[in-house]
Design a binder for this molecule. Structure first.
Ligand SMILES: [Zn+2]
Length: 129
């Protein structure tokens, strides 16, 4: 693969609405969260969530990390993690671990520990086989 057509990685993040009567999924673009005026809005109960500077900073660094991984994708494409199982050894490409698996990050938000789910779009459909 080449570095041609590098685009901003599409990363979405969501969490369950903190309104205990609601619990809908509040979804937003990770790149929007760096904006100090950004508010996440629950489409169900219309609760708004403002992120403090610390949380914005974490989300921004998360986005930077995703970008860095995206940059190194062609290098990572050749690297594998070996995992020994009872009968065999399995090779898992780094790129798969880092960019394909959707992850959960628990961050402190509104004095609670909130699980944020991270969804990252693969850079192209044929990046990984
Ligand atoms: Zn809600």
């Amino acid at each position: 693969m080449t570095a041609v057509g590098k685009k901003e990685p599409k990363a979405q993040i969501d969490f369950n609405c903190l309104n205990s009567d609601c619990g809908a999924v509040v979804k937003f673009n990770l790149s929007d969260a760096a904006d100090p005026d950004f508010q996440a809005v629950c489409h169900e109960c219309h609760a708004t969530y403002e992120f403090d500077a610390q949380l914005r900073d974490k989300l921004t660094r998360m986005l930077n990390l995703i970008k860095a991984i995206r940059e190194a994708e062609d290098i990572l494409g050749d690297a594998n993690v070996s995992v020994a199982t009872a009968h065999d050894e399995v090779h898992i490409p780094y790129s798969l671990l880092l960019t394909r698996l959707n992850s959960v990050i628990t961050l402190e938000f509104a004095n609670r520990h909130v699980d944020f789910h991270l969804w990252i779009e693969p850079s192209s459909p044929d990046t990984f086989r």
